[in-house]
Design a protein around this ligand. Structure first.
Ligand SMILES: [Zn+2]
Length: 233
């Protein structure tokens, strides 16, 4: 691992580009077929949804190589039904790449989750964080029963991961995959900045039977009926 010596801001990006050259040279020497294989295409088995936090780099914390993970990261690893970016990543990875696992990996000490539990003004991001406030409101009694503020935030971090897992499972994309017997499971994990370890939250959903009734959709085929809309136009 490289040491991180203090750099002037002008040198920082030059240093990154130099490191890239060193890395490419190293890989070329160690695995001469790596780049030619990589250029042919990808077939990752896992979609990783994590926080944008610089301290939780997806590939690094699970020792995966380029090509192993399809990755989506945003502030506080949220999966929101109206977020076209998230939905596009989900649809492409499930329908086209046919990933077999979706991992939502939150992390304790998440600044986004902490900010959501506070009453400060942060600007535009408050609208994004409102989704976590909704999770707080839905679990207020359980959260406020925890006296230690750090433990309470940790619980909110876990509940926010669970909420993302459920939102993924409630999507027509995932339910359609299950309907078509595509092997796909959704997992909730949490990374600790304190020791670098990931804790499984005991939340694994791999079929429609595990989804609460109101969210179940009878997705029989991938062609959406347009009859209703045709009538209404
Ligand atoms: Zn975070």
């Amino acid at each position: 691992m490289h040491s991180h010596l203090p750099l002037s801001e002008d040198d920082r990006l030059k240093d990154m580009l130099n490191r890239n050259k060193e890395w490419a040279k190293f890989i070329q020497e160690e695995q001469p077929q790596f780049f030619s294989t990589s250029a042919k295409g990808q077939s990752p088995k896992v979609l990783w949804i994590g926080c944008s936090d610089s301290r939780v780099p997806a590939e690094q914390v699970v020792q995966c190589a380029p090509g192993d993970l399809f990755v989506h990261r945003n502030i506080a690893n949220m999966c929101i039904h109206t977020d076209m970016n998230f939905l596009s990543v989900l649809q492409y990875s499930v329908d086209v790449l046919k990933v077999e696992h979706i991992v939502v990996c939150g992390h304790y000490g998440c600044g986004g989750v902490t900010a959501a539990a506070e009453n400060k003004f942060h600007g535009l991001i408050d609208s994004w964080l409102c989704n976590i406030k909704d999770v707080y409101r839905a679990n207020r009694e359980n959260l406020e029963a925890v006296e230690d503020p750090i433990a309470r935030t940790d619980l909110l971090v876990e509940l926010n991961v669970s909420n993302s897992v459920y939102n993924i499972c409630h999507s027509s994309i995932v339910q359609s995959a299950w309907e078509h017997k595509q092997p796909l499971s959704v997992h909730g994990w949490c990374y600790s900045l304190e020791d670098g370890l990931i804790r499984e939250l005991g939340l694994v959903i791999s079929n429609q039977e595990q989804v609460e009734k109101v969210y179940k959709m009878a997705v029989m085929n991938k062609t959406v009926s347009t009859k209703a809309s045709e009538k209404s136009i």
